[in-house]
Each structure stands twice: as C-alpha cells, then as structure tokens.
Design a protein around this ligand. Structure first.
Ligand SMILES: Nc1ncnc2c1ncn2[C@@H]1O[C@H](COP(=O)(O)OP(=O)(O)O)[C@@H](O)[C@H]1O
Ligand SMILES: Cc1ncc(COP(=O)(O)OP(=O)(O)O)c(N)n1
Length: 261
C-alpha cells in the first residue's frame, strides 16, 4: 500500500470548518496528501465572524510538533494562525528542527476584521518566522502590517514583495485577492517574477481562501513540485474552490474544498 506524502499544518482551529486547520486538512486530502496538525489556538467561529479564541500552551504546541515530526516526518509544513508572540517564537524555533519547505501564511485578521494575532507578535513574525520561511503568502492587510507598504493597485505588488523579501523569506507570494478586477498575485524571489492571474469569481462565499491557497502550496511541495509550479497548481485549485464556494449560516460561506471530488 502506497503512503501519500505527509504535510503538516501548524494553525488555529475554525469551528465553522471553512478556514484554519479544517480548511488545511481538507485541502491536503483533496490534493492527494496525508494532512497532520499542530493546533495553536481554538476559535469559536462561524459564517458571521470569530466570537473568541483560546491559545494552547507552548508546551502543548511543542508536544504536538515533536510527536508528528519525530515519528512520521513531514515533506512540507504550512503555518497559519499563531495568535501570540510567544507562540510565534515557539513555532519559529521548532521549524528550524525540520528539514522541509515551510509555507508561512502570516494570518493577522479574519475576513470579518477579527484580530487573530496579537499586535506585539508582529515584530516576532518579522524577526523570527519570516527568516525560516520558504515562501510567505500575505494578503493586502498583512502586507501593510508587516512592511508598512499600502497596496492599492497591481503596480504596487512588486514593491510589497521587495519589502517582504528584505525580512528573509526565500520567496514572497503577495496576494491581490482584495484588489478590484482580476485576481492577481505576484510570486518572486527577487530574481524571478511569476504573475498569477485568474478571473475574479463574483461569489461572496470565500471564507478560507488564504488558508486554502497556502495549504495547497504545501501539498504540492510535498509531492515534489518546485515552488513556482506548486504555487501555479495551488492557484488553480483555490480558484476552482472559490468558484464553487457555497452558502452556509447567515454570513460568508466557505470555499468548496471538495469541488474536484
Ligand atoms: N473572488 C475571487 N475570485 C478569484 N480569486 C480570488 C477571489 N478572492 C481571492 N482570490 C484569490 O484567492 C487567493 C487568496 O487570496 P486572499 O483572498 O487575498 O487571501 P486571504 O484569505 O488571506 O485574505 C489569491 O490567489 C487571490 O487572488
Ligand atoms: C483559525 C483561523 N485561521 C485563519 C483564519 C483566516 O483565514 P483565511 O483563509 O485568511 O480566510 P478568511 O478568514 O479571510 O476568510 C481564520 N478565519 N481562522
């Protein structure tokens, strides 16, 4: 019996199932990998927003990480909601002990504007987490938080990517998902630029887009893709999942992770 490539997500739980750990594991399954998780925080969340969250102790995060990595191993790791400066510091240190590409989704706020990262953690993300990232995947709000660069149009994306690369990740994928018009993202390592374009789907049910894209990149990396190919495949997957996003509850529904199944 063949074992699928193993991928690890280090992120928060979304009780509504559209983002966070739940989105990550569904994406990993949809892309033919075995998903594993280190839970950093538990949110009480639904289609209307985040009612509250509770962080796990750093000891619990360390224990989950070691349990998975020391026995099973991971071919790629994705990080999402890390909640506090202490947890960012802990995860950054743990990542130095694994020999695998690391996709950092620097989750700052949810689509509804709920803060998922303490303000004092931003400096630790810049100084400790980004230097160990193979690729960092911020949205427009996260670019502004991390670099101070305000992206209002596509032409601003190269400057945003340059500011991120100065913080140490190998690649930056700056997402223009919240700009008007085409859904355009820029991937660059400072030497090569890859523009990723997709039609904007006029579907309000887009909860979990960022988590899904980052997990899909990690899944493709685990299959052995080079980074630009992994990002292109992940963009195609998230675009299809957004097009098929469905209503749930009274607010914003999730992308459809199983749209290819
Ligand atoms: N309505 C949409 N139609 C097609 N692609 C979209 C749409 N909204 C976002 N995207 C794409 O989804 C991915 C995630 O981006 P984004 O929504 O900006 O992330 P986040 O969830 O972190 O805010 C990006 O590739 C972006 O271009
Ligand atoms: C637990 C948890 N983690 C991350 C997010 C943000 O997810 P994202 O994919 O950016 O989706 P939106 O919240 O922007 O729809 C979250 N909400 N919860």
């Amino acid at each position: 019996m063949e074992t699928p490539p193993c991928v690890l997500t280090v992120a928060g739980s979304d009780s509504g199932g559209g983002a966070g750990i739940q989105a990550d594991l569904k994406t990993m399954l949809a892309l033919g990998t075995h998903g594993m998780s280190v839970i950093t925080a538990v949110t009480a969340q639904n289609s209307l927003g985040v009612d509250g969250f509770w962080e796990l102790p750093t000891e619990a995060v360390r224990a989950q990480f070691r349990a998975v990595v020391d026995d099973i191993g991971a071919r790629a790791v994705k990080t999402g909601m890390l909640a506090s400066a202490e947890l960012v510091e802990t995860v950054a240190e743990l990542l130095t002990t694994v020999d695998a590409p690391v996709v950092v989704d620097p989750v700052g706020v949810s689509k509804h504007g709920d803060a998922l990262l303490a303000p004092e953690a931003l400096a630790v993300v810049r100084e400790r987490l980004l230097p160990v990232a193979t690729v960092v995947t911020p949205n427009l709000a996260e670019i502004a938080q991390l670099t101070g660069v305000r992206v209002t149009e596509e032409a601003d994306l190269p400057r945003a990517a340059e500011a991120l690369l100065a913080l140490g990740p190998r690649w930056a994928l700056v997402k223009g998902g919240h700009l008007a018009g085409e859904a355009v993202d820029l991937l660059t390592d400072g030497s090569h630029e890859h523009w990723l374009r997709a039609p904007r789907h006029d579907n309000r049910h887009t909860h979990g887009t960022g988590c899904t894209l980052a997990s899909a990149i990690a899944a493709r990396l685990a299959h052995g893709d080079a980074l630009p190919a992994a990002v292109a495949a992940a963009k195609a997957y998230v675009t299809g999942a957004i097009e098929a996003g469905f209503p749930l509850g009274a607010g914003i529904g999730p992308v459809r992770h199983g749209f290819r199944i």
